[in-house]
Design a protein around this ligand. Structure first.
Ligand SMILES: [Zn+2]
Length: 435
């Protein structure tokens, strides 16, 4: 009996992490990215972490805080479907050679960088990310857990843990590195045989991965379609999907044949691949690098734009994705600004604003498999939303100036200024069991 009472108390304590406060947000315009339409003068009622009502002329509940955004457009938070929050390679000192980043920066340092990058992304309206590896020894799991337990603000993170590949992963390591596994090795998990594939998938699930990321063709031998089916079957036991890094046309064909959940990077895909992906409903995170003073080349950019346009025209489930993992000395853009700057590529591809917005929200939520909990601004969903001054359906660049961010019902940013104090706690207020 005593035990049961004690347990009941514990449950009450762990449920009340977020402010149980009621907030009413007045929206000048409210966008539904699914339909590409905006309605005017809406009220959004938020209780604790969830949206409880949306409509015009609702009664303001007693004691509610009213946030007046009647001069603004409200929309769901944005999704970056392929990023690396725990990696930032630089021109100085490593000459953009990310092997060196792995040697020079420890897992703890990279975890702190990830926490900072997550805050910078929230500041730019990204409330969800798929964080797909190259995050040292599971900084991505630690980051996700820290956000979920309530220590720090950050986006909802769907993380991959270590990238699984044939021996060496994306590297061509020296025998000293590969056999001792002491240097740069946390970045990849070797799996060359069926037994190793099963073991690697289980190891990642044990250490907190929410999606399995594999190197399809980082080596000339790569994975066969059958080996990828084994990954898919094993990951499914833990409810996880498989995302594949693809860099060759042959690898793309095998990945599509195997039916991976998502294909990462679009550079090796032909129009034929796009058609097959659309048929099979495979998500694309094409990581469409813009041509800027700090990134890309004109030639590469033209290729990326052509491929993104083809994917869109052929009806592929395209997500907004960046592979954002670098920084250049002297460039004062923060990680959020660098991420939203990928709009340059989408605009150059001539994709309509409503479809860009869909890739950044609806399709991103589905690809992250959280569309039943987060995304639409509707009763029952987590209260994640952002506000901008203009209307992104008319001018997508309106998304570059996010004035207000709410995550899990808590205001992270208002009047264009970060106000994250409600997110910081001295303990795991949402429960230490989250892992
Ligand atoms: Zn990547």
């Amino acid at each position: 009996m005593m035990n049961r009472v004690f347990l009941a108390c514990l449950l009450v304590l762990t449920v009340s992490g977020a402010d149980a406060q009621t907030t009413v947000v007045r929206a000048g315009k409210l966008i539904d990215p699914e339909t590409g339409r905006a309605v005017t003068n809406q009220m959004i009622v938020v209780e604790g972490e969830k949206i409880t009502a949306v409509g015009a002329n609702l009664a303001v509940p007693k004691g509610a805080t009213v946030v007046d955004l009647s001069d603004f457009t409200i929309l769901p938070g944005l999704v970056d479907s392929h990023t690396h929050l725990g990696l930032t390679y630089k021109d100085i000192p490593e000459n953009n050679y990310y092997y060196l980043t792995y040697v020079m920066e420890s897992t703890p340092l990279r975890a702190i960088q990830a926490a900072s990058n997550g805050i910078q992304l929230l500041n730019s309206g990204f409330t969800v990310v798929r964080d797909l590896g190259n995050n040292a020894l599971y900084t991505d799991t630690a980051h996700r857990v820290a956000v979920e337990q309530g220590w720090i603000p950050g986006p909802t993170i769907i993380n991959s843990g270590l990238i699984i590949g044939g021996m060496g992963g994306q590297f061509w390591p020296t025998p000293e590195m590969a056999k001792q596994h002491n240097i740069v090795y946390p970045e990849y998990l070797d799996a060359d045989t069926p037994d190793e594939i099963v073991k690697a998938v289980r190891e990642n699930m044990l250490f907190g991965a929410k999606i399995i990321k594999i190197c399809v063709d980082c080596k000339p031998w790569g994975y066969t379609a059958d080996e990828m089916r084994l990954f898919i079957r094993e990951a499914a036991k833990g409810g996880l999907k498989v995302a594949g890094h693809v860099q060759t046309p042959e690898g793309a064909s095998r990945a599509i044949e195997a039916g991976l959940w998502s294909i990462e990077h679009g550079m090796a895909l032909s129009e034929e691949h796009h058609k097959l992906m659309a048929q099979k409903g495979i998500y694309l995170a094409s990581t469409d690098t813009p041509f800027t003073a700090y990134s890309g080349s004109k030639e590469a950019f033209e290729g990326i734009v052509t491929k993104l346009k083809s994917a869109w025209k052929n009806g592929v489930k395209i997500t907004f994705s960046t592979d954002m993992d670098y920084w250049k000395t002297g460039n004062d853009m923060n990680r959020g600004e660098l991420t939203i700057n990928f709009l340059l590529t989408w605009k150059a591809a001539g994709i309509p604003n409503a479809d860009i917005l869909k890739a950044m929200t609806v399709t991103g939520y589905e690809c992250a498999q959280i569309e039943k909990e987060r995304g639409p601004i509707k009763p029952g969903m987590f209260a994640d939303m952002i506000a901008v001054k203009g209307n992104p359906l008319d001018d997508i660049d309106a998304l570059r100036d996010v004035r207000f961010v709410m995550k899990n019902g808590m205001v992270f940013k208002r009047d264009g200024v970060m106000t994250p104090e409600k997110f910081f706690h001295a303990g795991p207020v949402n429960g230490w069991r989250k892992r």
